[in-house]
Design a protein. Structure first.
Length: 144
């Protein structure tokens, strides 16, 4: 089992079909443990390997809705870019290894798999996913 960071292959095709609209659709981020199997071949949101909150109510299945970063979608150099505002879970007690960004407005279709590089632990603290700047070399979603 592994989480491999990638833009989902199905997402690339769906962009050409006009499935995803970053100006009106709802995109979510779900968190996963190291037992998850996610990567370029992931096509939809799944609960398999999704984390559970060990205390309190900080994390719910399906994750949280993301807010598209103001000013994106945009172009940077010769790339089209999209990013999101950082997102956090307060008073969290869980361990996450990666995440899946998916389009809940389009049948939960997968967009991007994130691998945090190691297990990230929150012990009754704030767990935050920070997104990179929206430019041609760093944006979380960039089409060059």
């Amino acid at each position: 089992m592994a989480i491999v960071q990638a833009m989902c292959t199905s997402f690339k095709k769906e962009l050409l079909e006009g499935v995803h609209d970053f100006t009106s659709h709802t995109f979510k981020i779900a968190l996963y443990s190291s037992s998850a199997t996610l990567g370029a071949s992931t096509t939809v949101y799944t609960t398999s390997g999704e984390i559970t909150n060990t205390s309190g109510a900080a994390y719910s299945a399906g994750g949280k809705s993301l807010t598209v970063l103001a000013g994106t979608p945009a172009t940077s150099s010769t790339a089209g870019v999209v990013s999101f505002n950082n997102i956090s879970w307060a008073s969290a007690s869980f361990t996450a290894r990666g995440a899946l960004i998916y389009n809940s407005s389009a049948s939960n279709k997968a967009v991007v798999v994130l691998n945090f590089g190691t297990d990230r632990l929150a012990n009754n603290s704030t767990f935050e996913v920070q997104f990179p700047v929206a430019d041609s070399s760093s944006a979380i979603i960039r089409i060059a």
